[in-house]
Design a protein around this ligand. Sequence first.
Ligand SMILES: NC(=O)c1ccc[n+]([C@@H]2O[C@H](COP(=O)([O-])OP(=O)(O)OC[C@H]3O[C@@H](n4cnc5c(N)ncnc54)[C@H](O)[C@@H]3O)[C@@H](O)[C@H]2O)c1
Length: 360
Amino acid sequence: MSLHSNAAVATLAPPVSPTPLQTRMSSTIKFGVVGYGYWGPNVVRNLHSMANVDITAVCDKSSDSRKKVHKNHPQIYVTADASEIMTSPEIDAVAIVTPVWTHFELAKTALEHGKHVFVEKPFTSNVRQAEELLELADRKNLEIMVDHTFLFTGAVKKIKQLVQDGLLGKLYYYDSTRVNLGLFQHDINVVWDLAPHDLSILDYVIESNPEALVATGQKHLNGHEDIAFITLYFPDSVIAHVNVNWLSPVKVRTTLIGGEKKMLVWNDLEADEKIKIYDKGVDMNSREGVYELLVSYRSGDMWSPHLEQAEALRLELSYFVKCISENTNPINDGAAGLRIVRMLEASTKSLRKRGALVYL
Ligand SMILES: NC(=O)c1ccc[n+]([C@@H]2O[C@H](COP(=O)([O-])OP(=O)(O)OC[C@H]3O[C@@H](n4cnc5c(N)ncnc54)[C@H](O)[C@@H]3O)[C@@H](O)[C@H]2O)c1
C-alpha cells in the first residue's frame, strides 16, 4: 500500500494547484515523521494533537515500531520506506527522530525535496554535515529546527530571563550534573547523547561561543565513553562544567549557576521548586593602606520562582509550525545546531587526547 493509495490519507490529497509553502500563512502544515522508537512517539503525539497540523505518514524501519504506530494512531499511514515521505507532494515538513548517524542523509533528502526539517539533537555527526545542511536550507528558503527541547522548559526560560534581566549579575559559572544508569546508546558516547542538552542551554543563555574546551572521559563497557567531564571556557571568565555519566547509581539532574549578585540551583527532578535562587555571594574589597583583601560573605534570602508548566516539546513543535508559517528562523535553528555540533566535535578531539585543550 503506498502513501497515495492509503484510504486514510487519500482525503489529504494536494490541491489542484498547490500554493507555494512560504505563502500558506495560516493553513495546516502536513508532517511526515521518520523514527518511532523511544522519542518519536512523543513527537507524533504532540504533532497529532495540534489543530493546525496533520501527520500524513510515520515511517520506521522496524516492524515492531510500525505496529506501535498502528496501535497508538490507527488513522495515521505507516510505512517502512522513508523515501515515500521525502517524495510525497502532500508533505510540507519532516520530523527526523532517528539515531544521529542517520540525521544528515535524511535531512538532506528532505531539504532536497523542499521539506522543512525538524531534526533531533544532536543535529549531525560532524560540523561539515551541519554546514552542508545549513547551506542547502538557505538556498531553498526552508526552515531547520534542531530539537533542543530544554530551551522550551519553564526552568530554562526562567534562567534565560534571570540572566537577561541581570538578576544574577555578571555570570561566573555553570556547573551541571546529568547522570543516571543507562540508557546506553550503541552508536554514540555519553557526550553526544547527554551533553547536547547542557551545551544548547549554555549557547542560549550565555549567547557567546566558548573559546576553548577540555574533555576527559572513559570507556568501560561498549567501546564508547560512558562517563565524561567537559569544561568550557567562555569569554569574560565564564566557565562551564558538564558532568555526564551513564554509570551512575542514581539519577541526578542538578545545575548550579553562579553570578556576582545571586546564585541558583536548578534541580530538574524536583516536582515543585525546581529553581531556587540564593541571595548569596562574596564581596571583595581592599582599602588603601590595608594590604589584605577584605572578604565579606553575603547570605540573604532564598526563593523559588514560579515556572511555566507546559510540555516543552509541545511548545517547541508549535513554535516550529509558527516559524514555518511566518517564514522566520527559530532560536534553535540549524545554526544553533551547528554551534552545538562544533562543541561536541571539539569534545571528541579533546577526549581522544585525554583532556587536551581544544580551541574553537
Ligand atoms: N530531545 C530529547 O530530549 C531527546 C530524548 C531522547 C532522544 N532524543 C534523540 O532522538 C533521536 C532518536 O533517539 P531514540 O532514543 O528515539 O532512538 P531509538 O533507537 O529508540 O529510535 C529510533 C527509531 O528510528 C528508526 N530508524 C532508524 N533509522 C531509520 C531510517 N533510516 N528510516 C526509518 N526509521 C529509522 C529505528 O527503527 C527506531 O525505531 C536521537 O537523535 C536522540 O538523540 C532526543
